[in-house]
Ligand binder design. Structure first.
Ligand SMILES: NC(=O)c1ccc[n+]([C@@H]2O[C@H](COP(=O)([O-])OP(=O)(O)OC[C@H]3O[C@@H](n4cnc5c(N)ncnc54)[C@H](OP(=O)(O)O)[C@@H]3O)[C@@H](O)[C@H]2O)c1
Length: 241
């Protein structure tokens, strides 16, 4: 039986991905701050689903992840879904800093912990939900788009490091467009909105095929390809909010 940990499994995409891993017979560790929201997942297969309360912004999170791996008797796949984000056109400092703490510092803490575990234990697979928002700096969501670009670059760097050190660690950078989850609650008029079920199925496929980068879905892949072609002198004048 394969073993996976989903960090950020209490809601949205991570919750659905964890549910699919459980349905496929994996041993699954599910973690988030709201441990009560993990009970339904544990009830699906109590003998092979392990829960843990982990806050990625807490310095103790690395030790908590290591303990969860020990309780599970090892790990094949670390799946990072934990993240927050807001539209913040008024640039409220608290929102910007909290986003960086979670999506940049917390991400580095937990993905780094998984990397070190795999490097010392014969290898493994690290898959992370980043976003298409990392493609360009987005005026309405500065910290969110910048933190997602950081995640994209960090994963690329780790992949190069792992290859150069012969660490046998695979990486999948998953970049969805808009998904109907609590993260987008309150946002209006979102184009090309996808369901968590559809996105989770695409994620499972990408993980099983060991894709390096996976934009979900094709429409968003085309859109981000075109975005990238927009020269900066035009992009900086575009009004997105
Ligand atoms: N929804 C979209 O349109 C969209 C698009 C592209 C990428 N994404 C990315 O997908 C990921 C999942 O988001 P979602 O849309 O599924 O949102 P969501 O339903 O709000 O889920 C976010 C998950 O992250 C966890 N989390 C947040 N802060 C945490 C912390 N400090 N420590 C541990 N866990 C934490 C939450 O659990 P607790 O609150 O219980 O801790 C929750 O399980 C995020 O990285 C997001 O940026 C989302």
């Amino acid at each position: 039986m394969k073993k996976a940990i989903v960090l950020g499994a209490s809601s949205g995409i991570g919750h659905e991905v964890a549910r699919l891993f459980i349905a496929q017979g994996w041993v699954v560790g599910v973690a988030a701050r709201r441990i009560d929201k993990l009970t339904d997942l544990q009830n699906l297969a109590p003998e092979r689903v392990f829960t843990a309360q982990i806050d990625v912004t807490d310095e103790a999170a690395e030790a908590s992840l290591q303990q969860l791996i020990e309780r599970m008797g090892g790990l094949d796949l670390y799946f990072h879904a934990a993240g927050i984000g807001w539209q913040n056109p008024s640039l409220e400092a608290e929102k910007e800093l909290k986003t960086m703490e979670t999506n940049a510092v917390g991400f580095t803490r937990l993905v780094g912990c998984a990397y070190r575990y795999f490097a010392n234990n014969g290898g493994g697979h690290i898959a992370c939900i980043t976003s298409i928002a990392g493609t360009k700096g987005l005026g309405p969501a500065p910290a969110y788009s910048a933190s997602k670009a950081m995640q994209n670059t960090y994963l690329q760097a780790l992949e190069q490091l792992a290859i150069s050190k012969h660490h046998n660690i695979h990486f999948t950078d998953i970049r969805p467009g808009f998904v109907d989850t609590p993260l987008l609650a309150g946002s209006s008029r979102l184009p090309m909105l996808m369901t968590t079920e559809k996105v989770a199925r695409s994620i499972l496929k990408a993980v099983n095929c060991r894709r390096h980068v996976c934009v979900i879905d094709t429409r968003w892949a085309v859109l981000t390809f075109l975005w990238r072609l927009i020269p900066n002198w035009i992009w900086r004048r575009m009004k997105l909010c």
